[in-house]
Write a protein that binds this ligand. Structure first.
Ligand code: F6P
Length: 329
């Protein structure tokens, strides 16, 4: 594990990548913990772009009031593609050092962690990560901040759609987020009693779904919910519906849940996780560790090297997909 020898007097905190409910709770915990220890804290507005624009705002305990329950991120966020370039990273480190910001805490996903790792390797600038993404797809941690809220939001929508699907004897294809990952789809597919679940990790031929729908219909089933991740292989939900239309002559309705899954107040589980992780990140940074993010393994907080998610892919639970299919007969 990398160790830095920097005296930590001033810390920058930023959120990066797609927002996730609980980012504010993580910020509040990390910043207040640092302030409590007598250190200075700067909120960096707009992720890595904010470092390049020198958008550093001093944070006091009062500026963090009433945010634990708020979705989104008060620090704003962005996907900063420029940061893939080494000269841009050099400029970022220059800006941070110029403002005497000794180290940073980055709250985001594995793309954000890759940037932080490069900054340490190229410039020995200390950073520690807090994993936050609704996709839950960061290798090394059982959970990420925002996932629990997102699946509860999606599940509530699915339950509502089920009411109308049952009333009209309809088939619904509900698309949930997850461009590269089926965590949301598999979790809400299982919890929402889906007929089948389509994920990027475990591609399923449409013919298998068609056979299932025919067999279910022959047993008297009149309505079905199919959950599909954004990035599943037969294509987006409308493509799936079109294929079912062609193969079965049925007219499935499509509902794309979209960005509502990213917003809203974080659940209790996400607030607790974010608060614990925020304080653990401070502990790591102030005891000389860096090039790591805080993970949770079987309930315990651990330090995971930034490189772990760059080298390994975390796959959605296949058994959830199989159980959902088996139980919907
Ligand atoms: O943050 C993760 C995620 O919500 C993915 O599930 C989704 O594919 C992507 O972000 C959407 O990103 P954007 O909001 O930039 O379109």
């Amino acid at each position: 594990m990398a160790q830095h020898g920097t005296q930590i007097a001033k810390v920058g905190i930023f959120t990066s990548g797609g927002d996730a409910p609980g980012m504010n709770a993580a910020l509040r915990a990390a910043a207040r913990n640092l302030l409590h220890e007598g250190r200075e804290v700067f909120g960096i507005i707009g992720g890595y772009s904010g470092i390049l624009e020198r958008n550093f705002q001093p944070l006091q305990s009062r500026s963090l009031a009433n945010i634990i329950q708020r979705g989104g991120t008060i620090l704003k966020t962005a996907r900063c593609l420029e940061f893939h370039r080494p000269e841009v990273r050099a400029q970022a480190v220059h800006n941070l050092r110029e403002h005497q910001i000794d180290a940073c805490i980055v709250i985001g996903g594995d793309g954000s962690f890759a940037g932080a790792q490069a900054v340490w390797q190229e410039h020995e600038y200390p950073m520690v990560g807090i994993p936050a993404t609704i996709d839950n797809d960061i290798f090394g941690t059982d959970s990420t901040i925002g996932f629990d809220t997102a699946i509860n939001t999606a599940l509530e929508a699915i339950d509502r759609i089920r009411d109308t699907a049952t009333s009209h004897d309809r088939i619904f294809i509900i698309e949930v987020m997850g461009r590269d990952s089926g965590f949301i789809a598999s979790a809400v597919g299982l919890a929402g009693g889906a007929e089948e679940v389509f994920t990027p990790e475990y591609p399923m031929p449409v013919d298998q779904l068609v056979e299932k729908l025919k067999s279910s219909a022959s047993k008297g089933k009149k309505s079905s919910i199919i959950v599909a991740a954004e990035g599943q292989k037969p294509g987006r939900a409308y493509d799936l519906a079109e294929q079912i239309r062609k193969k079965m002559g049925l007219d499935p309705k499509v509902c794309i849940l979209g960005h509502q899954q990213r917003g809203g107040p974080p659940t209790a589980a996400d607030r607790i996780l974010a608060t614990r992780m925020g304080c653990a990140a401070v502990q790591l940074l102030t005891t000389g560790q860096c090039d790591v993010f805080v993970g949770v393994e079987s309930g315990k907080l651990v330090a995971i090297p930034f490189e772990a998610p760059q080298r390994n892919k975390k796959l959605a639970p296949k058994d959830y997909v199989q159980l959902a299919s088996m139980l919907s007969h």
